[in-house]
Ligand binder design. Structure first.
Ligand code: H79
Length: 458
């Protein structure tokens, strides 16, 4: 593409930049892409206080409570004495998530606080040293895999529990400590990769500090190490920095890691931001405005409805991205009711209409206000969220593409009215489905279409 060709001329040599210029096309990456819908699980010591510390409720993200309430690491880690999720049932979690229709789950193996859900031998702050004792991560990996759900590991590089963690390197001592810290992190990552070899992805967080940016070599090394240890593994862009301290995209504007992971609690604009289709990407979102871990009081911010979550999922897929919906289970091992209802509602919709999500991609057709297009091979899906008063859904095809049929997923055919020059009306079904629904367009290409991936802005 033109933009790549231009930058190729001015490309500067980088030691720790992108290791490839195009999307990965191997089987493991195709699987990551096909999966499209995932769930996040944020579960750690922060799930115990649930946003409340010494009688005071904090509105900030519950998993950052240690920071908001200025709790010392020792005091925070003493929460481990209360860690005993007796209601935790990995098979039940796997079944619930399977019902929701997610194809993969991203689990917080270790969040910023430093508490490990697996019995790491490199720190005492693990589930093994709590009243619960058993390996929670291992139980989840096993149960999810048994249900055919891929497991991805969330891993925070920033570790508030570790004496050698530094956000900035100011002295020689800092630098020596940080080298030890990187060694410790390597050990934990190697431990995760070898103890749970079915892991499909590592999703890094807590990598924004200058200490990490100044050690770009280490981010490149981790990507390489994990890829050697786990064939096919995918790694998010948030891990990576180049030697100029550029993150996600290197100094030549090329994506580092396998997919872009900057869309946190937001999505690209379906018209203005079509550039995202040039790389793989994954967005993640919370149900409240910004709560990842369990927070006792969900009245403190707006909570998304199932309808909104379904729209976010389709929105992401329509632009060639994945969507990960977050859940923050309670410390006792139960999901809150709002989350259970969300899983069920999304699942019911995915069961009926998931065809427009799994394995689907950007269709290249001009977005219309009734909803989104997705595409699977030759089939185009219209995912209708807003029904116009006229009951007529405007469709503009790509040049040289003709619509032969418009059919509901139950097989009913809809009336098509040709308006001329690649424009059509598809007539709403007589009975309004009363929920977002899907129309499959069977299309015929009159001739080779050349502008499939045109950027709407150029
Ligand atoms: O795990 C969830 C969040 O806890 C974590 N990522 C998701 C998946 C996350 N929280 N915040 N961030 C990521 C972004 C960090 C923002 C920061 Fe800052 C801005 C870090 C440093 C400057 C906010 C302001 C936090 C500390 C100061």
């Amino acid at each position: 593409m033109i933009l790549f060709a231009q930058s190729a001329k001015n490309r500067i040599p980088l030691k720790y930049g992108a290791i490839r210029l195009e999307k990965r096309q191997d089987e493991a990456m195709k699987r990551f892409r096909r999966n499209r819908l995932g769930a996040f699980i944020h579960w750690g010591l922060y799930s115990i206080p649930g946003g409340e510390w010494k009688g005071k409720m904090y509105m900030g993200a519950a998993e950052w409570l240690k920071e908001w309430a200025k709790v010392s690491s020792n005091e925070w880690m003493s929460l481990m004495e209360q860690w005993n999720p007796t209601d935790f049932n990995a098979m039940q979690w796997a079944k619930m998530l399977k019902e929701m229709g997610v194809k993969y789950v991203k689990i917080t193996t270790k969040h910023h606080e430093g508490f490990c859900l697996w019995p790491s031998k490199y720190t005492k702050y693990t589930v093994a040293n709590t009243p619960y004792r058993k390996d929670l991560l291992g139980a989840m990996v096993k149960a999810f895999n048994e249900e055919g759900i891929d497991v991805h590991f969330y891993f925070s590089v920033m570790d508030w529990s570790h004496p050698d963690w530094r956000s900035t390197i100011k002295t020689k001592e800092d630098s020596v400590a940080f080298v030890r810290f990187l060694k410790f992190t390597d050990n934990q990552l190697r431990e995760l990769a070898t103890s749970y070899p079915t892991v499909k992805d590592f999703w890094f967080d807590g990598t924004w500090d200058s200490s990490v940016k100044e050690n770009a070599w280490w981010t490149a090394h981790v990507e390489q190490m994990l890829k050697e240890l786990v064939p096919g593994v995918t790694v998010n862009s948030r891990l990576r920095a180049d030697e100029y301290g550029r993150r996600h995209f290197d100094s030549n504007g090329q994506l580092m890691g396998d997919y872009e992971s900057g869309y946190e609690r937001r999505l690209p604009d379906p018209v203005k931001d079509l550039k995202v289709i040039r790389w793989d990407w994954e967005a993640c979102m919370t149900l409240p405005e910004n709560q990842w871990g369990y927070h006792k009081d969900w009245s403190l911010s707006y909570v998304k409805t199932p309808l909104e979550v379904i729209e976010h999922i389709v929105h992401a897929v329509s632009m060639g991205g994945n969507m990960v919906v977050n859940f923050g289970p309670c410390a006792d091992g139960n999901f809150r009711n709002e989350e259970k209802i969300m899983m069920e509602s999304v699942g019911a919709w995915m069961k009926k209409y998931g065809k427009c999500v799994y394995g689907c991609d950007y269709a290249g057709w001009q977005k219309q206000n009734w909803g989104y297009y997705t595409k699977n091979e030759k089939d185009i899906y219209m995912v209708v969220f807003n029904v116009p008063y006229s009951g007529l859904l405007l469709v503009k095809t790509l040049k040289g593409v003709e619509i032969e049929k418009a059919i509901l997923l139950n097989g009913d055919e809809l009336k098509i009215i040709e308006l001329g020059r690649e424009a059509y009306h598809v007539k709403m079904p007589d009975d309004d489905p009363g929920e977002p629904f899907v129309i499959k367009l069977v299309v015929k290409e009159k001739k080779e279409t050349v502008d499939k991936y045109r950027d709407a802005l150029i």
